[in-house]
Design a protein around this ligand. Sequence first.
Ligand code: PLP
Length: 397
Amino acid sequence: MALIEAASPHVMNTYGRVPIALSHGQGVRVWDVNGKRYLDGLGGIAVNTVGHNHPKLVPALQDQVAKLIHTSNYYHVPLQEQLAAKLVALSGMTNVFYCNSGLEANEAAIKLARKFGHDKGIERPQIVVFDNAFHGRSLATLSATANTKHQKGFGPLVEGFIRVPLNDIASLEKATAGNTDIVAVFFEAIQGEGGVNPARIEYMRELRALCDRRDWLMMIDEVQCGMGRTGKWFAHQWAGIVPDVMPLAKGLGSGVPIGAVIAGPKAANIFQPGNHGTTFGGNPLAMRAGVETIRIMEEDGLLENAARVGAHLQGALAKALQGQAGVKEIRGQGLMIGIELARPCGVLVQRAVDAGLLLSVTADTVVRLVPPLILTQAEADEIVAILVPLILAFLAE
Ligand SMILES: Cc1ncc(COP(=O)(O)O)c(C=O)c1O
């Protein structure tokens, strides 16, 4: 079969697609419909936590499909409580709302923040958001997102956001001084789409203190950086803090669509019956995927693996590339790694595909690796062996 060009005339043209189609996978390998094999350095964009065709996940999902896929939130769904108990224990927070995607989780967080304000008599609540943030593509989450390219053509945007630079507490304090309409600070512990930009540990602690002092909700979008990717369950845990609201999605279901918002005591009782909901949210199949993903992560030591193999991978990349003219920085934590180059490098996506490696380029200049958390050290070395020559050749052009 030839390369797949314009393969979907009836599917809306919303993605700039790489001209391959994948047919199946095993572990961190995937194969395309022509039989070509790839190392999966992208994991469906930080989604396939346990890789492909996992021997524990697949039978569990098959079992669930045969029992119940969907009921309705008219009824109790025991698996919701089972997963919530786990998420609450892992996060140190108290209550969970379920939805189906990252933007939905963030939309729920934004609604929580607004109602938190209204309940305090704030009529026009405002939320602090950040340069280079990405929170999704619904109107509210797009408005919280920083990228004007994504926003273009969709105005008027949703009001009520104040944007400040990341890792600069003085700017935030200045931008919010005397403003009694602020209800929340909303940020990614490590920005994903914005270019793999970590919020500094000390900055997160300062934000926690500021939120406490001014009675704001601290809302941390862990949609991409959460669920073990950095070597802790949630990336903010490196700072030893606990947020008030934490949206999750992506890696939580290992590929089965799922979203969740975890709330701490300050936000757990804001929503009352009728305030928020969604038909598919918390359906038994997605809940089982979440329960089994966490079980496998615990049984197979995937946090420890992400930390260890991630450090090895980042170290090997740094050894080969740091100091090269045209390489600005190699950064990230665990298996969320960005290599920032000095000029746009989108062409590397196709070149990597040609060489048998899946990855993405984000924020124009950042090569991003977010592979499954089962990646071994040998597989990490394979990524380095493919990727480094591609980058060096690109830099030499
Ligand atoms: C940090 C973050 N928040 C939210 C989203 C949106 O998630 P979804 O694409 O599931 O709507 C993404 C997606 O990349 C993300 O990285």
